[in-house]
Unconditional design. Structure first.
Lengths: 114, 110
């Protein structure tokens, strides 16, 4: 089954404690991205990657890091989380080469930073 | 500035009626526009894509129009059902990424 998986699904942590949210896709997609979703602000892109070892900032990259060492994985790293990073996070992938452009989203990770 | 606007107020309609949701944008020239459905606490799910040279696209009970002159897309659900209740997001493809609107919540009541 084609899917994007994220772990963990729920995470409560404290300010300053480094964390990583994993993302993996099994569709051999070149393009992967991370979004955060907040009430009234919608989905905002954090980082994206056009292919292995190619990453770029989205609209709200401050406080986040990513890496793309393998095509299927795109982890999101919060080196020093702060309460304003409390949000619902989604990983997504797509294959721009097909021209379809639709994004496949993971189930989401609800992060609370206290 | 660039903006994508969807009606933030919920749309409440009766089962069997046609629901029409609006997506307006400014200062973009998107090659294509997409619509997604999102249920509470879940990731968005792709519904339809329409290209700039297409006026209309249909899929079962769904219809999307794209007017690049008005900078507007309309999303229609005909013969709506309570199971259609969800938030619907429009998204524009701009340069190398998708830009999402904030979504409109649709509530279909029996």
């Amino acid at each position: 089954e084609a899917q994007v998986t994220q772990n963990p699904r729920y995470l409560i942590t404290v300010t300053g404690k480094k964390l990583t949210v994993t993302c993996s896709q099994n569709m051999n997609h070149e393009y992967m991205s991370w979004y955060r979703q907040d009430p009234g602000l919608g989905l905002r892109q954090i980082y994206y990657s056009m292919n292995v070892e190619v990453t770029d900032k989205g609209d709200v990259p401050e406080g986040y890091k990513v890496s793309r060492k393998e095509k299927r994985n795109f982890p999101l790293i919060l080196e020093s989380p702060s309460p304003n990073q409390t949000s619902l996070y989604f990983c997504a992938s797509s294959s721009w080469g097909t021209g379809a452009g639709q994004e496949y989203f993971g189930p989401g990770t609800r992060l609370t930073v206290t | 500035s660039q903006k994508i606007e969807q009606n933030s107020e919920a749309l409440n309609i009766q089962e069997g009626k046609t629901a029409t949701l609006t997506c307006n944008y400014t200062n973009y020239s998107p090659a294509y526009l997409q619509w997604y459905r999102q249920d509470p606490g879940r990731g968005p799910v792709f519904l339809l894509l329409i290209r700039e040279n297409e006026k209309e696209k249909r899929k079962e009970r769904l219809k999307v129009t794209f007017d690049t002159t008005l900078k507007q897309s309309l999303f229609h659900i005909t013969a709506s059902q309570p199971a259609d209740s969800a938030t619907y997001l429009c998204a524009l493809f701009n340069t190398d990424k998708l830009i999402f609107g904030t979504g409109t919540r649709l509530q279909v009541f029996p």
